[in-house]
Design a protein around this ligand. Sequence first.
Ligand code: NA7
Length: 888
Amino acid sequence: MANAAGAGGAQQADVAVVGAGFAGLYLLHRLRKAGFSAIGLESGNDVGGTWYWNRYPGARCDIQTSDYSYTWDPELEKAWTWSEKYATQPEILRYLGFVADRYDLRRDIRFGTTVSAATWDDGTQRWLLTTSSGAPVSCRYYVMASGCLSAPKPPEIEGFKDFKGEVYFTGRWPHEKVDFTGKRVAVIGTGSSAIQSIPLIAQQAAHLTVFQRTPNFALPAHNGPSPADRVEMLQKDIPAFREQARWSMAGVPLPPATDFSWQLSDAERRERFEKAWAAGDLVVMLTQLWADQAVDVDGNTLVADLLREKVRAVVKDPETAEALTPRDHPFGSKRPCLDTGYYATYNRPNVTLVNLRREPIKSITASGIKTDSRTVDVDAIVFATGFDAMTGAITAVHPISGRGGKSIAEAWEHGPQTYLGLTVAGFPNLFMITGPGSPSVLSNMMVSIEQHVDWITDRLVALREAGFTTIEATDTAQAGWQRHNADCSMITLHRLANTWYTGANVPGKPQGVMPYTGGVGPYRGICNEVVERGMLGFRLTGANGAEQCNDGEIVRLQPDVRLVLNLLASMNLPPLESFGAQGARDFLTQFNATRPAGRPVGEVVDGTLPGTDGPLPYRLYRPSTPGPHPIVVYFHGGGWVLGDEQSDDPLCRDLCRRTGMAFVSVGYRHAPEHRFPTAAEDSYAALCWIAGHAAELGGRPGPVSVAGWSAGGNMAAVTCQMARDRGGPQIAGQLLICPVTDCTFDRPSYVDNATGYFLTRSLMYWFWDLYCSPADRTDPRVSPLRGKLAGLPPAMVVTCEFDPLRDEGVAYAEAMAAEGVPVEQLKARGHFHSSFAMVDVVITGVGGRVQMARALRRFAGLPVEETPTRQDNTAQRPIQAAAAGAAD
Ligand code: NA7
């Protein structure tokens, strides 16, 4: 319990907590148990937070209540049973009241009290809070448990004050019963609050007019008792169920879908969709259909089209149905809604939809709402216009002044900046629960709240034990976190919609995806890692000048690269080289069998071509567009030892689709059976044959381009030199992806990335040993960097930050440029050696592959802007921004 007024008249506490909703209540409980004195400050007159204020008709949670509950006390779980799959607001409020009573939390909360200012005092190393009632509060730590959607957006519509009728805000609904019987009612907005309340208001009102700016995707909740399968899962093993939720992507224990849309027939996709529709569960529809639904515009459009059909099936008037059909954003990029009878409501004779895209609101008048083309007189207006989300409750509610008097509103002038969504540099001892930069609103809030509360409380205990009294994020850590957030947001489609996730709903608010899109489980892992790495990115200080600062960025890898590497690490595989050559080949075949099948191309033809010592296999990928197509001769990776003409299949398909060019992947012979210079000579022979038989292969006669990844990049570079020196064929350009270019192993990337990034230094040593004896290694047919570089065809050289081969790739690019070869470089930040080959796994590689496709088209003299797939057309612009960002 906090002490009564101290020396300066302020109430003293170890911790002050703003907000007595789900977050604040649990935090007070944990702090108390950990022996801290804590005070809760709550502007409402009782506990509940969001559920205290949002009392509008139809208000319910839209994550299943079995998941939308506290999980920190097994006894509490036993003591409360929810009556429905999606509980109503009154039931959820009763639950919170029950929890407050059970753990006697109200005694530490000052209700009806708003904080009017919070100021950090560097001298005392405490926060001073002034409050609307009662004594000010002096606290060591200040925690904003103030919610993500708690600062309602003020009405921006002109004339609002002139209206003489009743006015309601869904986010500040009166405690007294509101009766619309016999009244003409307007609802402005069609977000979750409106979609939940409209069917009930329509049942009461004489007439309801809905003013819609943007139609939203909504699914039927199919509410009722908790579904039997969920009950069974819970009863079987509650702790396992909860733990699975904690490590899941959205905070609900559902494993991600693994099939890709293009692997399923129309009928199979429809079957999955109808099953999800019948489930009445947002998370199911958002995650369980196919693996590309949330990360790829094409995969998403397939879901969105099926959802759009459902609107037309219910709403009888075609014009109203069309107006209600969302077409301007991918499904899930804006918060979708769960409804009960929403669309059918528009079939009622007493309901009218006004499409504000056609006739925007001009003003509110004394008697109603005036649009460009009509005036609708009403007795009551319901504003369901949403919130200043994520940041509003932190910046807009009261000034928070940190170190040097800088306010958080100033610090966030260009958008929220946080470390982990928990802390802000310059604001010592300030924490946020589910702040911007944490999964928060893109997750089951219960799981995210509990994780934050636990993390903060555990840290405060650890600080106390170590004798530290302040904790503050460093600028480096915060900047790194911003970058990581931006990287994550390039994976999902949230960036493609104007929503409250991006700040677009509030005029003048800086734009950018605010919640962390990298998933609840990965985020939890990162928070844990911060601790394991000695509070990485935090400065801790204590009495007598004690200080600890382990500065740095917690995630430097691209988020999906991090997941891949973590998965590989968890498999604890023996080093590849320990399998022997054949064992490693078998392993690679097995490994490749588990990767996503590449996307369809026009045609795939397997054949053989004459090599120097007999036939060599090839695989030809033709685009679906009419030919003849310019040809790219492709060389696979595998350290001259592994792989074959099919082993880079997803990459060949991807580049074939993006370029609209034919790819011929060559099966050159491998070491140790065939040592240097077999691979180089085979590759050159294949190049000559393909260039000479372009028409036969359905390709465009004339110069061909070459491309290759890893050792294949080495082949591509080498064959360009051989073609120049041996009289052809003519090569239009070379795409070298993470190429081997030199036999020296002492460049920094060989040292920095020696282990931990799949391609290890020792594996490279092994490859070199099997392929090439030391005496041959400086031959340009294996170390092209040692060759003559003038007169080579234009090149694009791609290197990855966390790749032992990075620096030799850069060296080759620079050396060619120095000899007058036109060279484009892509230095891919946060990527590893396999990033670009892991198509549809490392999604952040898309931007790089778009750039590579452009280079290949440019080499072939094709218009660079033309993009053959719809996915590119729709998603390309923002993804290219990522590519630019991902390059040094
Ligand atoms: P939302 O989802 O932000 O919805 C607000 C709605 O109000 C949305 O349809 C807005 O249209 C509309 N709106 C906002 N301002 C205006 C103006 N000035 N004129 C016309 N229409 C306007 O808030 P909710 O309360 O429904 O839901 C918030 C979250 O709570 C929800 O997502 C769940 O997480 C729980 P717009 O789409 O901006 O064009």
